[in-house]
Design a protein around this ligand. Sequence first.
Ligand code: ADP
Ligand code: MG
Length: 388
Amino acid sequence: MTRQRHSNPFKPTAGRMPPLLIGRDNIINDFEEGLDDGPGAPGRLMRVTGARGVGKTVILTEFGRIAKNRKWEVIDETASNGLAQRLLDRLSPSNTAFNVSLKPSLSVTGMGSLNLGEANISSQQMPLTLREALSRKLDSLERKHAGLLVTIDEAQAAERADMVAIATAVQHLIREERDVAFIFAGLPTIASKWLNDEVLTFLRRAQAEQLGDIPLQDVKDAFEDTFHDSGITIDGEALDMAADATEGYPFMIQLVGYHIWRITYRRHQNEDRTSDSGIIVSEKDAAQGIANALNRLGDAVHGPELDGLSPIDKTYLLAMAQDNGPSSTSVVAERMGKDVNYANIYRTRLIDAQVIRDAGYGKVDFAIPYLRQYLREHAAYIRMSSAR
Ligand SMILES: Nc1ncnc2c1ncn2[C@@H]1O[C@H](COP(=O)(O)OP(=O)(O)O)[C@@H](O)[C@H]1O
Ligand SMILES: [Mg+2]
């Protein structure tokens, strides 16, 4: 008898489309409504924020899919250095007038040029050029009754000059009622970085969508369906354990699903299967899969998250991790050997970054699942590397 090999349906990889996109109906409706309602609709200019692993990249991909289904053209960019130039390159085929009409960039005092490549465009020309390129693209799309969706991921990392160029272009296009949608996604720090910037007021006016945890009942339903569709049954206590372990955190949903599926499938492959009664997830499979998932979560989420924080941010977190539940902010300050006002600066920063959350009555708690556990296990190492 030949054994059919199944492939694991779960995708615990940054940016990968999950087998089931769970709990995002509202934001998807907002976006679809924006496309339907035409130029000027709020859903056509959005900023999507949320912690690492909550599903920002995935939602941008989903928006792209929806737009393409409506025959829209989609440009997806990530906001690293040279964003505006890359956007321009993708809008204008290499042989168009853009390259010809551009003067070589002279460095403008205090601003510099945006790109070191051949088609250098000074940061002062860029807004105009970008606007013109977008307009031309829209001319041809609108003739076909189509529009243009531009998604910008990791927007917290953009260069200011790039954001200004894009902001200027977008504002004009919106005023001219063009068939365009711009969606920015990024870490919650986007708020402190861009929203106080005078020139970038348009971002403040963009519809704010905060991605958060998925209700556990939705997680349970999705687990049940996804396992079932791949020939494995999960129910009862094993299903409860699996769903609870995710804490509704999307990246953890994929990790837990992936590792439980894998353990169960392997066990089944190794068993003598004379009586083929189907594959069922046991409680032991669930427990082992959850443990494996947790190991991965540290490398994939907690490590990178902590790398992005300052030494004192980390000291604050380590002080919190001594508690088993919410921490009192004055006790945390005491443990840090600082006064409450000083400690509160870091409390605010960490809340803005959605690493911790306000738990009421002078208390704070962790906002990222299992971060407490990770900090305790790695405390010595974190303290050492913060001291440098
Ligand atoms: N709504 C969702 N339902 C289930 N899994 C999700 C959902 N959103 C994201 N994921 C999964 O979570 C992980 C992280 O998603 P990603 O979009 O990379 O997050 P971010 O860009 O916010 O860091 C991926 O493995 C993805 O498949
Ligand atoms: Mg991402």
